[in-house]
Design a protein around this ligand. Sequence first.
Ligand SMILES: [Zn+2]
Length: 162
Amino acid sequence: MKKVECEFEAETLSAVLQGRWPARAPDELRAHVAGCELCRDVTAIAGAIEEARQESRQMAAVPDAGRVWWLAQLRARRDAVEAASRPITAAQVVAFGCVVGLLGVFIGATSGWVQGLVSQMFAGSWPASVNDLAAHHVLLLLAGAAALIAIPALVWAALARD
Ligand SMILES: [Zn+2]
């Protein structure tokens, strides 16, 4: 009849789980296990469980803390750049719209004058209406010049803040 209990079972189990089996186990325990079927089963099963535990521990290797920190810094910086570039893009779109609108107003306001200027130049005379430009459109010219200077300056200031 097969034994269901052995007085050396606990000792055999602890030797296997502590990695002492079989090289660093006492001689008398090895001699007992050689003749005891129950303790042989214990070494086989506990050995397999311990091996699987070691394997899963190696597979679940935690990455280096420095690398984790570095990756977190990288992600935070990328998120900050993304968040900061969103309002800049909106400001650029608004600025572009303003410039296009101003150009449209300017061209619309001066088209008659430009046509007259071109026809006079083809006729070979220096147009006297050049002097009129400053008198009639001084506010428009100043606004256009201010926009051309102010918009790049504002964009540059927004970028320089980073
Ligand atoms: Zn035994």
